[in-house]
Design a protein around this ligand. Structure first.
Ligand code: CA
Ligand code: CA
Length: 595
């Protein structure tokens, strides 16, 4: 395998299959550079027995290779043309069959065909420009919070002495050790003192690049897990002037303990960069990116998503969804890749992370923000799919981390963008001592060990006696608590599913607060039959017609009166398209049987 330059589909020729089979799949044909000006790209899902070469010949396409790690999914290219030549051919074939054509056609092996188009760019979840009417706490006023606390300073000095931390801005990294508001940090220092600093754990930062030449990052940079999907090549170096976001996120995870800037929360972990946010890409490329090197990259930190404008309702396309499912089933040797997504910054616009198909996926851990005073930051979105929160900007401060450049530090990092990588880094600490835990084990550990935050007023006591708030999920991540619990955690049994049939309601939704109630009974026998002993996620897929989507809200109420606000009203959402096959998700009803 040569990542230096001369890679091509030939790398996967049959004489190399065997030892190199695994790497071949990710590093060869499907990473051929794309030329969207000159070419069309099609993804076809075909029968396992079908030969892509036959399909290519039949349709006059070039076979570019398998779609990343997705078996039986292939990319084909052709000269640019406004028509969808694959759909046209499939339609023509269907017509012929209807008329009784009986001879075999390789087109009959196609299960799904999708012409690729460049999709709207995903938004980074960094600090957003000031809103009108934004609370003043949103603006950085560091001096205001810099009230010396002698106890905190003394302990911090002691921690630095024990660990040999000489990083110049470590004292400003209040999210790691807050020497002013004691206890308002991720509670990691005693974990480090135990020697748990991220060894052998790997986090991929899926973002706008990662400055692998930064003196703070190069020591922990993981080249084998990195790729640039925007300027095709093995090195995801930031190139645009605003390509700083990914480097800042990477610093939060894995900035080295040295004499540059501060440290990452898992400062001995490996960090990979997967660059996708700096140009338009297709669903096919995003699907490949989210599975990239998924045997080595354990955690994918994603601080981006659809617009947080309070009117978008966007989910990843089918190929991306399949890639995420593939990763939890086959990534990390079958233990499952851990996806961490930022909850979103649209709270001021009444946006809600259940309108974002990445954050409301059961396969991602959705992480919101809390500020250094323990308050809810004005931007951090609420939803029933949010599992936990961790520290970020607000309350007069930001997150201080590594920046692009050989020795540059960033002082303006924040938003839920800064919360997700911090969580990802903490999960890396967990995997450094328990690499055998599954993606669901990690969710359970995060849920179990999260700590309630006083400032929210929407806490409900759940069925298992935990507290859940739509503002803060199950609370803030406590690094010490999650690592301690991980040491003895017993892996969960495989996931079980219980499906309800479609319930057809066909009734008008009355105006006002009363709404329309639909009940669905789940009996003990149904649970037994489905082999369902625990409850983790509940998803509800809905179709609702309505002339103004932002006026709709939806609650899921359990028999013990625990309420998931699956959707909430949104002042900006004028859409007339209602809910169309949209899947909402809740983690509120998490249930673990008592042993
Ligand atoms: Ca450093
Ligand atoms: Ca959002």
């Amino acid at each position: 395998r040569d990542r230096g330059g001369d890679w091509s589909s030939d790398v996967c020729s049959s004489d190399l299959v065997g030892l190199l089979a695994l790497t071949c799949v990710t590093s060869a044909a499907n990473l051929l550079p794309r030329n969207y000006e000159a070419s069309d790209y099609y993804v076809l899902h075909i029968d396992s027995e079908a030969a892509p070469a036959d399909i290519a010949r039949r349709l006059g396409l070039s076979h570019e290779g398998q779609l990343g790690e997705l078996e039986d999914h292939h990319i084909f290219s052709a000269a640019k043309h406004e028509d969808d030549r694959v759909q046209d051919a499939i339609k023509a074939r269907r017509k012929l069959r209807k008329r009784g054509a009986s001879e075999a056609d390789v087109l009959d092996t196609v299960k799904l065909a999708q012409k690729q188009k460049l999709k709207p760019r995903m938004e980074k979840r960094g600090i957003i420009p000031a809103f009108k009417g934004e609370p003043s706490g949103a603006l950085p006023k560091r001096q205001e919070v810099n009230v010396e606390n002698p106890v905190g300073l003394a302990r911090q000095t002691e921690v630095k002495r024990i660990l040999g931390i000489h990083d110049p801005i470590f004292n400003d990294q209040w999210h790691l050790y807050n020497n002013q508001q004691l206890g308002h940090d991720v509670n990691v220092t005693d974990v480090w003192i135990q020697g748990i600093t991220g060894h052998n754990a790997t986090v991929a930062i899926v973002d706008d690049g990662l400055d692998m030449y930064s003196d703070d990052l190069k020591e922990n940079y993981f080249a084998e897990g990195s790729w640039d999907f925007n300027d095709d090549g093995p090195e995801p170096k930031p190139k645009l002037t605003d390509d700083r976001h990914g480097t800042r996120c990477a610093g939060e995870v894995g900035a080295a303990k040295n004499n540059v800037c501060g440290v990452g929360v898992a400062y001995d972990s490996k960090i990979a960069g997967i660059r996708i946010l700096s140009k338009l890409i297709t669903d096919a490329d995003e699907a490949i990116a989210l599975n990239y090197a998924y045997q080595q990259n354990q955690i994918y930190s994603c601080s981006w998503g659809p617009p947080d404008d309070g009117k978008s309702m966007d989910a990843p396309g089918i190929l991306i969804k399949r890639a995420m499912l593939n990763a939890v089933q086959r990534g990390r040797g079958g233990l499952g890749s851990v996806y961490v997504f930022a909850s979103g910054n649209g709270a001021m616009a009444e946006d809600n992370c259940n309108f974002d198909g990445y954050t409301n996926s059961i396969y991602s851990i959705t992480v919101g923000a809390v500020d250094r005073r323990g308050d809810h930051p004005y931007y951090s979105e609420k939803c029933s799919a949010q599992l936990v929160v961790t520290y970020s900007s607000g309350g007069g401060d930001n997150i201080v981390t590594t920046d692009v450049g050989s020795n540059n530090c960033a002082t303006t990092h924040g938003g839920t963008s800064a919360a997700a990588p911090l969580a990802a880094g903490i999960f890396a600490l967990v995997l450094s001592i328990r690499p055998d835990l599954t993606w669901r084990d990690m969710q359970s550990l995060a849920m179990q060990t999260a700590v309630t935050i006083d400032s929210a007023d929407d806490w409900q006591t759940t069925t298992i006696g935990k507290k859940f708030s739509h503002t803060f999920g199950y609370g803030k991540i406590d690094t010490w608590a999650i690592v301690e619990a991980a040491k003895t955690f017993k892996s969960l049994k495989p996931q079980a599913w219980l499906y309800s049939p479609w319930i057809k309601v066909n009734k008008p939704i009355p105006q006002g607060d009363q709404g329309l109630a639909v009940t669905y009974d789940v009996t003990a026998d149904m649970l037994k039959e489905a082999n369902l002993e625990r409850l983790e996620h509940v998803t509800v897929t809905m179709n609702v017609e309505h002339e103004r989507r932002g006026d709709l809200s939806l609650d899921l109420i359990s028999p013990d009166n625990l309420i998931s606000h699956l959707s909430a009203t949104r002042k900006n959402d004028d859409s007339t398209s209602g809910y169309a096959d949209w899947t909402f998700m809740s983690v509120v009803h998490w249930y673990v049987p008592t042993p």
